[in-house]
Design a protein around this ligand. Sequence first.
Ligand SMILES: [Zn+2]
Length: 239
Amino acid sequence: MRLDLLAIAAHPDDVELTCGGTLIKMAQRGYKTGVLDLTGGEMGTRGTPETRAKESALAAKRMGVKWRDVLGVPDSDVQPSREHKLRLAAVIRELRPRTVILPYWEARHPDHYHASTLGYEGCFLAGLKQAPISGEAYRPFKILYSTAFVMELRPTFVVDISEQYEKRRKAILAYGSQFRPAKNEKKSKVYLAIDELENRMNLLARHYGQMIDVPYGEPFLVRELMKVDDVVDLEVRSI
Ligand SMILES: [Zn+2]
């Protein structure tokens, strides 16, 4: 299978919360999209790994992605090690995505910033002919960094996800085990329980949407400059 767009993140539900609307929108445009979760989220306080696997498959279906898999890196120990980079590079060679979405390279959670480095270096390694990996050398053309978790950062651009917002919500709600803790469960010690996180991500989507004059948006950063051909047809009002 060959993909147009592949989102790589540390834990199942990271992608839904940070760029789910964009994945849905691109699938609706006819692009083949995919998600690679580096870990199975096995360190999560709630839900068994089996439950989480079922939930992430349901979320994938709701986002219309054609391919989703787990790389098998240990949760809470994501490292850009040679072994993980080679495994990731093999996936890149197999899927040949034109565009890859990675988490932004600075984050509170070490898994998130390590996922960014591991993702970038895996993509780079995939293009080295001499790398000890099967398949034809290939490097994605474009890397987008999802900055939804990094409020203090000014993104390069924002994707209008207003029409995809409800679908994104349903994809996030697929992670039922992460919501509504059982009555006998002690008060959650998770830094941000997903229900609180979902609420926060919705506020963020509203915030970024407002920055481009639409109801909801998802922010991204690219290292390169954006190229423009038509300065008369630019969107988003200045005054
Ligand atoms: Zn995460």
